[in-house]
Design a protein around this ligand. Structure first.
Ligand SMILES: [Zn+2]
Length: 403
């Protein structure tokens, strides 16, 4: 019996099975049917992946994909299949009051698999800074989670300065309580404004207290921010409470976006052994002009330039986020029998320049990964031009920065 699709001669990198070798993958009925399939396998369609990486479908752990329910969010397929990811998780764009329209309007029409961290605010990021904590109906919140467990995989909290003096409701405590009652992880956004009228030591004390409340499986996102309210100092040293939180099994998600990383801080933290376990992008509007910020392969490239190995980078781009979403038996691997969710990446070697955005640092890189083709349930989906073609050579980046 011929298979539906044979991906030939790619460099298959699947850290979940300790695989890094040039081989062939056969796909039938939307599933991976064989690894190391013979080159002569009869196939309805063949894809030549010579010189490219063939990886388990990448997962963007921190995206904003509620379409225009929230002003900055994009369409799930814009962050997902056409940007090289087979699954994305929305990081708190909506709260429990808007999950229903989010499902109907954005999640259900999408080809990309979408998971959700519900914002602890009932209104999510429809209103910023978040509001509505005093009208939050905890029983209703838990009921919404329970009836939507197929998509809801966590709670999102932004650890912002407003919460330090929130006297009516202890929002951090409430978020931890609801997440853990529901048996779901809490994802905490790190980073406040640079000019918060709050003394630095009070911000640090707030973060340390928050870290003390996190449990195994909880996630710190924007882990390498240099803003007040981060968990690392500029020299990469951890704030009190971070090491014990990580020791309990709390994860670091990079989610650099355009404003949530400082390469100097990140490199120093990595040198001290604090590596990210996931590469959310924090994708928001304008991804066409910013392809180097808003796809997981580009974020992985940045962390390879900062010192991660290719294997660890693919692990953080796919295998780990699958586990963090409770999806390790469904995705994040090329095991035969799983859905054929596969990302094919260009592997470029040369002289590249990578930019961290607001912090204004440029670093050299010798390898860059560009998303090329997404395979979703066995279907071939080309990555869109802006992402496929973007390779930040030195001259291209210099021209881009002059604009
Ligand atoms: Zn975000």
């Amino acid at each position: 019996m011929p298979v539906d699709l044979l991906i030939k001669n790619g460099r298959v990198v699947d850290p979940s099975q300790n695989i890094d070798r040039i081989t062939n993958i056969a796909i039938a009925d939307g599933k991976i049917s064989a690894l190391d399939a013979p080159a002569a396998t009869e196939a309805a369609q063949t894809l030549d992946a010579t010189g490219q990486l063939v990886c388990p479908g990448l997962i963007d752990l921190h995206a904003h994909v509620s379409r225009d329910l929230v002003s900055l969010a994009v369409d799930p397929d814009e962050a997902g299949i056409t940007a090289g990811c087979t699954a994305v998780s929305d990081a708190g764009s909506v709260g429990y009051l808007h999950l229903h329209p989010f499902r109907k309007y954005a999640i259900e029409p999408a080809k990309t698999d979408v998971f959700v961290f519900l914002n602890i605010s009932p209104f999510g990021e429809v209103v910023l800074p978040e509001t509505g904590f005093d009208i939050l109906d905890e029983a209703e919140f838990l009921r919404v989670i329970d009836t939507n467990r197929d998509v809801v995989r966590g709670i999102k909290l932004r650890a912002i300065a407003e919460l330090i003096y929130a006297v009516k409701v202890d929002v951090v405590k409430m978020a931890v309580r609801i997440a853990h009652k529901a048996g779901l992880p809490l994802m905490v956004h790190l980073g406040m404004g640079f000019n918060e009228p709050v003394p630095a030591d009070e911000i640090d004390a707030f973060i340390t207290r928050m870290l003390g409340m996190l449990e195994k499986g909880d996630i710190l996102t924007h882990a390498f921010t240099d803003k007040p309210g981060g968990v690392f100092r500029l020299d990469g040293s951890p704030l009190p409470g971070l090491e014990s939180a990580l020791g309990r099994g709390v994860y670091l998600d990079a989610a650099p976006g355009r404003g949530h990383i400082n390469f100097n801080l990140a490199r120093a933290a990595l040198q001290r052994g604090f590596a990210p376990q996931a590469f959310g992008t924090d994708v928001v509007k304008l991804p066409e002009q910013q392809p180097h910020f808003y796809n997981v392969a580009a974020v992985a490239s940045k962390f390879m330039a900062l010192g991660l190995s290719l294997g660890d980078a693919i692990r953080a781009a796919s295998c780990n986020p699958a586990k963090m979403l409770g999806e390790q038996d469904q995705r994040g691997s090329l095991r035969p029998g799983l859905a054929a969710d596969i990302s094919i990446l260009g592997y470029h070697e040369g002289e590249f320049l990578l930019h961290d955005g607001r912090a204004g640092n440029l670093i050299p890189a010798s390898v860059f990964l560009s998303p090329q083709i997404t395979i979703k349930n066995g279907e071939i989906i080309p990555v869109r031009e802006s992402h496929r073609r973007h390779v930040p050579t030195r001259s291209m980046m210099e021209a881009l920065l002059q604009k």
